[in-house]
Ligand binder design. Structure first.
Ligand code: ACO
Length: 373
């Protein structure tokens, strides 16, 4: 059986986690609209929903918060690694290697899948924040168990008590990015999990896929694009040149959505509240000019803003440096990756598709076609 390149439209797994309606532009987590969850329930409650099947009662939420809070600290071996590479290595690779080290430690090997998911989700922000502090000649801060997941991340990055509006915005971002069906990284995580490898190794695989600019690597390019355009009046010409060179406009287009990404609408609202009016005006001008140009080029295909376009503004506004945008995406998505790993393991079958061989047939050791005897 031949399936389309990129597996477009092919169903390769069943899930109770996330439904995406690409035509209507809706994203649903276990029956709840992700855009309604964002900002109305804390990210930890969304994690509970995805990992454990339902939104938590108050006591369950407290218990999960407490568990996350006490799992945040890093083993010394990971801290030492972060210290040694902080000045020379690229952030997402460092996060990936740190996750890999965590997974190789005796203390993590025996954890149940859900407990490993919680511990990993708790530690990923500590890895990113500690790395960033080493990078800037500062010592890492001890994580604070009294703060929410989002608040603790901001605290560990900046060393300051985070502003409530920044915590709310980052918490909403985390919820909106928590899961998204079988995006390339989640698919890779499920493929790895299908071999019965451990949670950490499956997440290491997912991070590799997230790194590419067609997936989670985009927000820094969106940020650089906005910096490079500089003024709203320059947007149209800049975008025209970009398209004329055959380049893609970052933060636009999606494999599944045939309308505006619903996450983008929420992030745009947050960006409007948080960023300086000039920057918001620049971004919204770029958005409308790009939409128009892409419509001219592709009248039969809707190419609209995806989650990455306004993410870059929101993350910058809450104090996250652009080089950590994709790591922050990974911190948010750790819940979705691990929930998919848990789900894959519950009803597992090893992923093993086939490929159509198009190479040469029957060569001898001199590289010549073998002749029939
Ligand atoms: N800018 C310009 N043209 C585009 C864009 C874009 N952002 N997106 C799609 N197109 C064009 C393609 O050039 C192609 O044109 P053609 O048919 O004339 O060759 C057509 O639209 C279809 O493109 P595909 O690559 O088939 O669309 P696909 O569904 O595979 O692409 C993708 C999805 C990879 C996200 C694409 O839209 C893209 O590259 N966007 C820019 C990068 C980006 O924003 N990535 C973040 C995605 S969101 C996330 O992963 C969390």
């Amino acid at each position: 059986m031949w399936v389309p390149k990129g597996l477009e439209g092919v169903i390769v797994a069943s899930t109770e986690l996330t439904k995406i309606d690409g035509q209507a532009g809706r994203l649903i987590y276990r029956g709840y609209d992700a855009t309604e969850l964002a900002g109305n329930v804390p990210y930890e409650a969304v994690a509970h929903l995805l990992w454990l099947g339902g939104l938590p009662a108050e006591a369950e939420l407290l218990q999960l918060r407490e568990k996350l809070g006490r799992s945040r600290a890093l083993p010394v071996v990971v801290e030492d690694f972060l210290h040694s590479v902080a000045k020379v290595a690229e952030p997402l690779s460092v996060l990936q290697t740190s996750v890999s080290i965590l997974g190789g430690l005796d203390s993590t090997k025996s954890a149940s899948t859900v407990n490993a998911s919680i511990a990993l989700t708790a530690r990923m922000p500590t890895i990113v924040a500690s790395f960033n502090r080493f990078r800037h000649n500062a010592s890492p801060l001890q994580p604070r168990a009294d703060l929410s997941h989002a608040a603790n991340y901001l605290y560990m990055l900046t060393g300051k008590e985070p502003r409530p509006e920044h915590v709310r915005a980052l918490d909403s971002y985390f919820t909106l990015l928590a899961d998204h069906g079988l995006g390339a990284s989640t698919f890779v995580a499920r493929v790895a999990a299908s071999t019965l490898t451990d949670v950490y190794s499956a997440v290491v695989a997912a991070i590799s896929a997230l790194k590419g600019p067609l997936h989670g690597g985009a927000p820094i390019y969106v940020w650089e694009m906005l910096q490079s355009i500089g003024r709203p009046e320059s947007a149209r010409e800049w975008l025209r040149e970009c398209l004329a060179k055959g380049d893609r406009i970052m933060g636009f287009g999606h494999r599944v959505y045939r309308t505006e990404d619903p996450r983008s609408k929420v992030l745009k609202r947050l960006a409007k509240e948080l960023v300086k009016p000039d920057l918001f005006h620049l971004a919204s001008t770029v958005e409308s000019e790009a939409r128009e140009l892409l419509r001219e080029d592709h009248p039969n295909r809707v190419i609209d803003t995806n989650v990455e376009f306004y993410s870059s503004l929101v993350l910058d506004a809450v104090g996250i440096p652009p080089e950590l945008f994709t790591c922050t995406f990974a911190c948010a998505r750790s819940v979705g990756w691990t929930a998919h790993i848990v789900e894959q393991r519950k009803d597992n079958r090893l992923f093993r598709p086939e490929s159509e061989y198009k190479g040469p047939a029957d060569l001898d050791l001199h590289g010549l076609q073998k002749t029939e005897a």
